[in-house]
Design a protein around this ligand. Sequence first.
Ligand SMILES: [Zn+2]
Length: 111
Amino acid sequence: MSKKKLKEKIKEPTKDPIKEGIKSDFAKIVFNAKIVAGLFLLLLIPSVIMLFKDIDTIYGLDKDAWFRIVIVGFIIYVGNGYFFWKCPSCKKSPGRGWFRKNCEKCKVELS
Ligand SMILES: [Zn+2]
């Protein structure tokens, strides 16, 4: 084994399968949160356009209909955060943000 390879091996300790499992679980949670947030923003677009431009309907739906859709999207967004934004290790909220390194509660590594 060359010296360089040996150094790399020392730098990267053997991965703990439990820790890696927690990280991949949290990666999925973050992915879901991004999808839901993206969907919510997408649903928000028609309402924002109608707010600033003089358009009465988009895809055959009026302002009120789009507003209701936004509310439903918001409920899904909040619900997803409430029910699924949990630390894979302690099952409590790990704190806000998609780029969390550690859980606020149990300090487990998340990414
Ligand atoms: Zn935790």
